[in-house]
Each structure stands twice: as C-alpha cells, then as structure tokens.
Design a binder for this molecule. Structure first.
Ligand code: ZN
Length: 288
C-alpha cells in the first residue's frame, strides 16, 4: 500500500444542536470541497445535560471542558438537556435531514440511541439493556432512512465485552468503534474494524492543532479522521476547511468509510479483541 493516500471522514452527531446546526454547516463545507463523508447519527434523546454529573466525578473532564471551550461548542441549552430541560430527540426528530445527507452523496450510519447513557453507564449494563438500546436505535434508523444501517460506531469509542456480544446480533457490514492505530477483525464478530486513527480537533486543542493532524498525514497511507458535527460544523468550521485543504495538497483522496472498510477487509488484517487505553487529550479511556 506504499504511496496510497486515502482519507475517510467519520462525522459523529451526538447532540440535537449538532444535528440541527452542525450537519447543514458540514454539508456546505463538504459540498464546497466536493468530498464525501460518513455520518454516524444519534437517533434518540439528547441527554447532554447529564454530563454535568460526569464533570463532578472526573476532574479530567472539567479540564477538557475548559480547554475545548465546551459552552461555545455545545451551547448552554445543550448543557441542560436531560436535567433542567427535557431531552429532545436527535436524528429521529429530523428524518428529512437524515435523508438529505444521503441525497447529497454521503453515507449515514448508526452511532447511538441514547449517546449520553452509553457513554456514562455502559460498563454497568447487561445484555438486556444493550439489546434494547440497539433495537430502538436501529428501528429508528430504519424509520428515518428506509433501509438498514451498514455500520455501527460506538459512542465515545466505548465498548465492553457485553456490548460486543450483543452488537454481533445485528447485521453490520463493518464497525468503526475504536481509536486503534491500524484496522483489525474484531474477534467474535467476523467484522472488520475501521478505526479513527487520527486525533480529532478537540484532542489537539482546536484550530492551533491543525498542523499536528496534517503532520500525521505526511507519510501517506489510509487514515480516518474523527469529526464532530458540533465542532467542525460550528466554531471549528474554518479549522476543518484547513484540514481538507491540507489533505488535498498532500495528495489525499477522500473515500467513504464503506470503501475503506472493503479495502481493509481485502488486506486481511489480524483478528483480535479490543483493548482499552487513555489517549492524549481525552478524559476517559476508549477502545483501541
Ligand atoms: Zn459520539
């Protein structure tokens, strides 16, 4: 694969504001560059306000919120959803926008039913709760899009062995659940994992971290950039444009994740279990 320069854009949509405001902004940016992305949508309630409880439990999280200007990123209303304000639905409240993403030539995949609860409480949840979470989310996806999702991207790149056991009951074509540095077959699922191997803007301190992301692209290969609709479709829109311009100047072609999954599968990567690790710039460990 020497000389190959392929980049995938994995866009996660975690909040109502990310869906309503971030997605249309990203669609404009992507259209201006003529490049495709793969959107992983959260369909159920936006319980972002419950992150306040996380903040009280984990000082690293508070540091991250301050470093990344979280109120500017997510907005104050978002910070109250699921606590003082009722939790609004995310993608399932905006089915025509879900279909617009596909009509504009992008892919739509499944990220979450209740993103916040997976992120905060998954390790304590058994197979029954996880199965219900997938069943509601996938049914909602099918209602909005009229077909089945091909891929699952775990919220906050968080997995447990219970979650892996349940997710294989659903007919995915590939997974994008980890921050591993190279693709692998996730043991027990037979599915290829397309990891987000590059750092996201949030982890490199926003706009000033763009050169670090471009430096990671310098030596070529196949990479996946994690993008958040709330950030790159909001206050970091210009930084995202800089990354797209920089990748083009480095000779990268931008492919949808389904094509990257096919290329990875054909390369027969090793089969292994996921591991857990704390990446630089992140508050909690994630699957690698
Ligand atoms: Zn997410």
């Amino acid at each position: 694969m020497r000389g190959l320069r392929i980049l995938g854009l994995k866009v996660d949509v975690d909040t109502r504001r990310g869906m309503e405001e971030g997605v249309p902004s990203l669609l404009e940016t992507l259209a201006a560059h003529g490049v495709p992305a793969t959107f992983f949508l959260s369909f159920g309630p936006d319980n972002s306000g419950k992150a306040i409880c996380q903040l009280l439990r984990n000082p690293r999280f508070l540091g991250k919120m301050l470093r990344t200007n979280a109120p500017g990123l997510y907005g104050f209303r978002t910070a109250l959803y699921g606590t003082l304000l009722p939790a609004p639905r995310i993608a399932s409240a905006l089915p025509s926008l879900c279909r617009t993403i596909e009509e504009k030539g992008h892919e739509v995949e499944f990220h979450a039913w209740d993103h916040r609860t997976w992120q905060d409480a998954l390790p304590g949840k058994g197979a029954g709760w996880i199965r219900e979470w997938f069943a509601r989310g996938v049914a909602s996806y099918e209602e909005c899009l009229g077909h089945r999702p091909r891929a699952f991207g775990a919220p906050a790149w968080l997995l447990t062995e219970e979650a892996v056991g349940v997710l294989r009951e659903f007919p995915w074509e590939y997974l994008s659940c980890t921050r591993a540095s190279a693709p692998f077959f996730l043991e027990g699922t037979g599915l290829v994992e397309v990891p987000s191997d590059l750092p996201c803007l949030e982890e490199v301190g926003g706009k000033r971290g763009v050169p670090r992301i471009l430096a990671a692209l310098d030596s070529g290969g196949m990479h996946v950039l994690p993008v958040h609709a709330e950030a790159e479709g909001g206050i970091w829109r210009n930084a995202f444009v800089e990354i797209l311009d920089g990748a083009r100047d480095l000779g990268y072609g931008i492919f949808p994740l389904s094509r990257i999954a096919s290329l990875f599968r054909a390369a027969s990567p090793p089969s292994r279990r996921f591991r857990s690790g704390l990446l630089p710039g992140r508050a909690v460990p994630c699957a690698i």
